[in-house]
Design a protein around this ligand. Structure first.
Ligand code: ADP
Ligand code: MG
Length: 481
């Protein structure tokens, strides 16, 4: 039987506010344990939460960016459960009336057509603390610094049909929240976390199968592996005539497997009810429009503009708009070069990203600036150097040997465009290759390329290739010398 995967993701995005969602305590990462949780975050008796407006504006930004409905009235609810890292005994979240609902994003998985993925809702909530097991013998430590950190939980429709699509969706949301500057989305630090809901059904069936919810997926690679492992596990069980249990499963990256954590709780286990300490959040049109006015150019808009303005392919425009920093670098390069945007795209995506990758550096850590890359592009465009020599110049720039013009001068790399000089190279090569020349003249025209190669080599890559071509052709057509 053919099985069809069905996947829905719940993504928790830590919002980049300075203070907590319901208190003035700092959200800074990495502070000493329990130095950043105030009486409100741990829910001491008699304290009252006060909603952080910045978190609300950030949630609205996400909602507007995915064409969702922004609720004119949303409600905070208590989600009751016991856990050592949740001293209040409940988490403040949103349940029946979330701030954002019914949006969508367009994704494009590797080598596939674009596809629309529905976003069911996005709601504001507070994060819990953390249990710490390392460094405690037969005990656990509790660090409440994270308690009360604002989260936006973005829940997708079960619209994805492969692990690849799930990754593409996740990357789309990741890029988006970074564009919007509502989160640093750092996965190592837990600012961007994902739970994957996974089920399978016979191909062609309309009803969904029973799902498992996979937790603890803290990298794109793990999400893909965990989903693929889980899909196969479910298919194997169903083919053996067994039933899938609805449960929460933990992904173990070391063993590359998922294992049962607990049976899935139902919403009514949490005894949700409106938090009596918080008023419903009411937003009017003017307020929402004031947030809209702050939206930057979004990834999709940027991609389309790159295609239109710079004549880039959809693929190139997608890569170059995948982060704001990379897009800015590229556009600054185009401006500095004053020349061919396609040439700039090739170099930024090829040599520059390649060199950065090799050293594990991000675009903001590039040792060469857009101005420097742009100046190099200008020298290719005005035929001072060939593309091949430009690679040598780029490597020298990377090693901080100066800017393009300085390196070209210092190393004597300027392209030879003087017709006489090129003709001398041609004559020498034809002389040294008398035998091949004879073969060429008796019809072996493939040798033309061989001669060009030899001439370029003789000039140490500095002869202008177009000129070499034209002059050589002229010479070979002329009377045999
Ligand atoms: P809960 O709040 O209990 O986790 P939801 O109904 O809010 O459950 O759904 C959570 C996520 O699970 C959503 O992203 C949704 O798309 C996805 N989902 C729901 N049913 C299925 C299913 N049968 N297979 C895969 N994913 C599913
Ligand atoms: Mg869930």
């Amino acid at each position: 039987m053919d099985w069809e995967p069905v996947i829905g993701l719940e993504i928790h995005v830590q919002l980049a506010t300075k203070s907590k969602i319901f208190s003035g305590a700092s959200t800074r990462y990495g502070a000493e344990a329990n130095t950043q949780a105030c009486d409100v975050d741990v829910g001491l008796p008699g304290v009252l939460p006060v909603l952080n407006e910045e978190a609300v504006r950030m949630a609205i930004k996400l909602g507007l960016a995915i064409d969702a409905t922004i609720a004119r009235r949303s409600v905070f609810a208590r989600k009751n459960y016991f856990y050592p890292d949740l001293p209040k005994g409940y988490q403040i979240s949103q349940y029946e009336l979330p701030i954002v609902s019914r949006g969508y994003v367009e994704i494009q998985a590797d080598g596939e057509e674009p596809k629309i993925i529905g976003v069911t809702r996005a709601h504001l909530e507070e994060d819990a603390g953390k249990s710490v097991h390392e460094g405690f013998a037969s005990m656990s430590g509790i660090d409440l610094n994270r308690a009360g950190t604002p989260l936006l939980e973005i829940v997708s429709e079960p619209d994805m049909r492969s692990a690849k699509e799930a990754i593409a969706y996740m990357k789309t949301i990741h890029t988006l929240v970074r564009y919007l500057e509502i989160s640093d989305a750092n996965m190592q630090e837990g600012s961007f976390r994902c739970d994957a809901n996974v089920s399978v059904r016979p191909k062609g069936a309309t009803a969904f199968g029973t799902r498992a919810e996979l937790k603890n997926l803290n990298s794109f690679r793990f999400v893909e592996r965990a989903i693929n492992y889980e899909l196969q596990r479910q298919i194997d069980m169903l083919e053996a005539g067994e039933r899938i249990l609805q449960e929460t499963r933990l992904y173990d990256a070391n063993k590359n497997e998922t294992r049962s954590m607990r049976g899935k709780e139902e919403a009514n286990d949490y005894r949700y009810f409106p938090d009596p300490d918080l008023l419903p959040l009411e937003l009017d049109e003017r307020y929402i429009e004031s947030v809209r006015a702050e939206l930057p150019e979004l990834p999709r808009q940027k991609k389309l503009r790159f295609m239109a303005d710079y004549d880039l392919s959809a693929y190139d425009a997608g890569v170059l708009s995948s982060s704001r920093e990379l897009a800015d670098f590229y556009e600054a390069t185009v401006r500095a070069s004053g020349s061919d945007p396609k040439l700039c795209a090739n170099w930024v995506m090829g040599d520059l990203l390649g060199a950065l990758n090799k050293e594990g550096k991000s675009i903001t850590e590039s040792p060469v600036s857009p101005t420097m890359v742009g100046a190099l592009m200008a020298r290719i465009a005005d035929n001072t150097i060939s593309g091949k020599i430009a690679k040598e110049v780029f490597e020298a720039m990377w090693r901080s040997e100066g800017d393009a013009d300085a390196i070209i001068a210092a190393k004597g790399l300027k392209q030879v465009t003087d017709t006489r000089a090129i003709e001398r190279f041609i004559d020498e090569v034809l002389e040294e290759n008398a035998e091949q020349l004879a073969q060429y003249r008796s019809g072996k025209e493939k040798l033309f390329g061989h001669f060009v190669g030899q001439i370029l080599k003789k000039s140490r890559g500095k002869a202008n290739p177009q000129q070499v071509n034209t002059l050589l052709r002229k010479k070979l057509k002329g009377p045999s010398s």
